[in-house]
Write a protein that binds this ligand. Structure first.
Ligand SMILES: Nc1ncnc2c1ncn2[C@@H]1O[C@H](COP(=O)(O)OP(=O)(O)OP(=O)(O)O)[C@@H](O)[C@H]1O
Length: 611
């Protein structure tokens, strides 16, 4: 409380216009006094501002959307004069509307309110491609629930879609900005309590994570080229293009809270084309301890909980709220922000959950662990066959191993590289009829590959070394009909996506340093394919894919990321068993154990995991 008040007193001067990157969606509701009139109506996060100090009335006016210099009246609403700008989002702009139509009531909220928030969205905005903004439906579903403004009227006037809604208080961004970019621990703890309870309510009403017809959780997917959100606060899963679920909202909230508290997040300041990649990498590399090193323990615990949530796991909202209750103390009257709303739902259950928790088994953490570079090997069940492996093979010795293998009726099935030395897997069961290979200083050697394509050889395995050289193996007797490859500085998901639409599937992958090479083929014998890409071994994603009938068919990893391509084969194998191993040394003894169970190496790579 002291913080917000003293800040507000010092800042009698006009509040600076909100910068464009205004990231904080929560809006603080100023509550002047607990009068009979507004009690229970202002459901938003409320700053308990008994002295009516927070005053944004003097905010300078900004240009109104054209054609709205006069007034707004939509969908049977009263007429409003447009006043100061409240903020701007990715899709629209929000202004204060002052009622000009006479009315019997002088209410502060509701359909007849004197002051409302008007949200304008131009009809050509990206949110209006299919008519009125999708957000309208969201407000229909959520409006009026704790912390979400109620929409009273909506309609189109001129070129704009307009929404008339309850006015909330100043945004957290403004409050933070006007307090020398800090907020007291108590204030942030209250924001945490309120926000968690708002999210709980939203999740109970929101349809995004639940299938509307079945009520079941939406299906897991990852599309690494899809990102929607604000880079600074986005969850790591959102960066990686995973289907959004409840955990993502909580992770973003955690970052927002730490930002309010510390004034900065460790991943700020990146610029350029691969900003998203660098920010995501930094988020993954920043442990909750480091992120929260100057914050009280509940913040670290909250971050730990939320970054380890599984895709469809039900968040324990009450437990998270009770973490912050410890900071602000039990007496709600002395809290700097009114947390009545959260109190009603969360508090009672919070205590209950804490008791239950004593029995809870410690959970396996999914995002923790030391970053490591390891061998990742994949094994498939097969009918008994001869398989041979070589590792730590220097360039010079490559040919002698391959020649010997060929003499014994074996062809190369996979290749990999670690520390500029090669690993070579040779099988008797590839089905190939002829094979050529080339060790080249290029990643990849286009002319040689084209020459072999001319002779009806197709790429069947590739590997790249850190020094930029590559080992490409091309075979006859594959089922491929056409082939295409791409070398890229970042994982080329967009290209893969395009090729999928043309009937190609990924059939080989490799990395050299931080570069990727992806080979895609027509006639690969798959009916579907997906990608799992992560800064660690994406255990959860792989298990979910396995459960849906996918099997890993290609792997590759850089120092930063590991990529797994999983496919559904057109012809189901008799035994679908697949296992993976991660080991710091080449898994020679493990391979022998696997062979004894008729499991054979299907793919191998060396790169980023977490131990
Ligand atoms: N009902 C409201 N009362 C007071 N201020 C509001 C209200 N609605 C929005 N604002 C302010 O206007 C800003 C812009 O809101 P808007 O809904 O356009 O975008 P956003 O949700 O912040 O961002 P995006 O649409 O990009 O996700 C908000 O951040 C908030 O500061």
């Amino acid at each position: 409380m002291p913080d917000l008040r003293s800040r507000a007193r010092r800042n009698r001067e006009p509040v600076k216009p909100t910068p464009n990157q205004n990231p904080i969606k929560l809006t603080v509701q100023t509550r002047r006094r607990k009068t009979a009139e507004n009690k229970g109506k202002n459901n938003a996060i409320a700053v308990e501002d008994k002295n009516n100090i927070v005053n944004l009335e003097t905010t300078p006016l900004e240009a109104h959307p054209r054609a709205f210099r006069e007034e707004v009246q939509v969908g049977g609403s009263p007429a409003y004069r447009i006043e100061r700008k409240l903020g701007k989002g990715g899709f629209g702009q929000v202004y204060v509307g002052r009622r000009i139509s006479p009315s019997a009531s002088n209410e502060r909220s509701g359909p007849g309110a004197v002051e409302v928030a008007l949200k304008f969205e131009h009809r050509s905005s990206k949110g209006c491609n299919y008519g009125p903004p999708y957000e309208w439906q969201v407000y229909n579903a959520l409006g009026g629930s704790h912390g979400v403004p109620r929409v009273h009227y909506k309609g189109r006037q001129g070129d704009y879609y307009v929404m008339v809604m309850d006015m909330l208080g100043p945004s957290l961004w403004d409050v933070w900005n006007n307090n020398s970019h800090t907020m007291s621990i108590e204030m942030v703890a209250c924001i945490a309590i309120e926000s968690i309870s708002i999210l709980e309510k939203m999740h109970s009403r929101a349809t995004r994570w639940r299938d509307t017809s079945t009520g079941l959780h939406v299906e897991y997917d990852q599309r690494p080229d899809v990102f929607r959100g604000t880079v600074r606060y986005a969850s790591v899963h959102a960066h990686l293009g995973r289907t959004g679920s409840r955990r993502d909202d909580l992770e973003s909230l955690a970052y927002t809270l730490i930002f309010l508290l510390r004034g900065r997040l460790p991943w700020q300041g990146y610029q350029g084309e691969n900003k998203g990649f660098l920010v995501c990498k930094k988020k993954m590399a920043t442990s909750p301890e480091t992120l929260c090193c100057f914050c009280p323990q509940p913040f670290r615990q909250f971050v730990e909980y939320v970054v380890n949530l599984k895709f469809d796991e039900e968040p324990n909202y009450a437990k998270y709220i009770s973490l912050f209750d410890g900071i602000v103390g039990p007496n709600p009257d002395i809290r700097p922000i009114n947390t009545d709303g959260a109190q009603k739902v969360g508090h009672k259950r919070g205590r209950l959950t804490m008791e239950e928790e004593e029995d809870e088994q410690p959970k396996k953490k999914v995002r923790m662990g030391m970053p490591a570079t390891q061998w990742i090997s994949v094994y498939n069940a097969r009918r008994p066959m001869k398989q041979r492996y070589h590792y730590n093979v220097a360039d010079m010795r490559l040919s002698q191993h391959i020649e010997k293998g060929n003499e014994d009726g074996l062809f190369i099935s996979s290749v990999a590289s670690c520390s500029n030395l090669w690993a070579l897997i040779m099988d008797a069961g590839t089905g190939f009829t002829a094979q050529v290979y080339e060790l080249s200083p290029y990643f990849l050697h286009k002319e040689w590959i084209m020459e072999q394509w001319e002779k009806n050889y197709y790429i069947s395995a590739i590997a790249g070394a850190n020094n930029g050289s590559s080992l490409v193996v091309m075979s006859k007797g594959t089922q491929y009909l056409q082939q295409s490859y791409k070398v890229s500085d970042s994982f080329p998901f967009k290209w893969i996506n395009k090729k999928w639409r043309e009937g190609f599937y990924v059939t080989a992958m490799a990395t050299a340093g931080s570069r990727w090479a992806i080979v895609m083929s027509r006639g690969a014998g798959f009916s579907d394919q997906v990608v799992e890409l992560d800064f660690l071994y994406p255990s959860e994603g792989i298990h979910r894919r396995w459960d849906s009938g996918y099997r890993i068919t290609s792997t590759a990893a850089t120092w930063d990321q590991a990529a797994f391509v999983l496919s559904v084969p057109r012809r189901k194998p008799a035994d679908e068993t697949q296992e993976t191993l991660r080991t710091s040394a080449f898994p020679s003894t493990h391979v022998k154990e696997k062979w004894a169970k008729n499991l054979y190496i299907a793919s191998v790579c060396y790169g980023r995991t977490v131990s």
